[in-house]
Design a protein around this ligand. Sequence first.
Ligand code: KQY
Length: 360
Amino acid sequence: MTATRYFMPAEWAKQKQTWMLWPERPDNWRLGAKPAQAAFTLVARAIARFQPVTVGVNADQYDNAYNRLKHPNIRVVELSSDDAWVRDTGPTFVLDQQGQLAGIDWEFNAWGGLQGGLYFPWQRDDQVARKILQLENCQSIRTEGLVLEGGAFHVDGEGTLLTTAECLLNPNRNPNLTAAAIEAKLKQYLGVEKIIWLPEGLFNDETNGHVDNFCCFVCPGEVLLAWTDDPQDPNYARCQAALAVLTSTQDAKGRSLKVHKMPLPQAVYATAEECAGVDWVIGSQPREPSQRLAASYVNFLLVNGGVIAPSFGVAEDVLAANLLEKLFPERKVILLPSREILLGGGNIHCITQQQPAVTG
Ligand code: KQY
């Protein structure tokens, strides 16, 4: 009997809906998460212009979320979680050979467990994927013994996967697995044939360099890479190293990659006041105004007919919008103010998870 093969569609494939989770933890989101809740609501409503959205909410916030999110295309369900990063805690949806939907339920350790993880405990987060798959009545494939997050890879839907060694080979994820063993598992679960390893992600990204904040596919054979020409920028060497890999490799179909460069926004920092609004809890990521935030326009989401992208209130926002419009001429590009999401450690792609449409 042959093992079932699964395949992860690219993000630009037709989607049934988007999943989100409601932010509330005060040791990650300032001011009791009220500004973050407003930012998440904007994201949910923007996506709802294109397709249905389901938002999972802890019981204590159910009424608040339900009333704030009210929209004909937004469903609110009670679903416990430790935080609101469904890209990482939700399932990665895949299709089997019959075109049936299934989901990969990656083992989750809060981006590093007790070695630099971002909070403790994370047990409810680790149950999110299974619960979403149960709500959708769809098969769940648990990867016990393989820690991974959905923001740590991108696929082109034609056999190629992009990731970073900084994250996947970090000893705080899978210390007992070699790169070759991790490659084999990615191939098995996601139906890919070629893994492209960028050395690092963006500077100061608290996920240990998730690729979804740094580089993504825009279509088969073309990638978008966060970019700076400033040698003084700590991202300079990271961008150069990624470009060297991308321009010297072929994808699974044997194509050389076309690399588009997305300018990074000017350096963004949290203010002292913003940091003071976050509860100080031992074991949770401390917030310091001196730390550069990992702001990047690459952290956008594709939806049916749209691109939902971050903006930071800086001059580069216009450049980003123009480039995204050029790269996705068939889609409506919407930039949303995302500083509050950035302050929590990620951006729009990190707080969303697409569920592909099953076309049979
Ligand atoms: O960016 C992400 N995919 C997750 C970020 C988690 C930050 C927790 N403070």
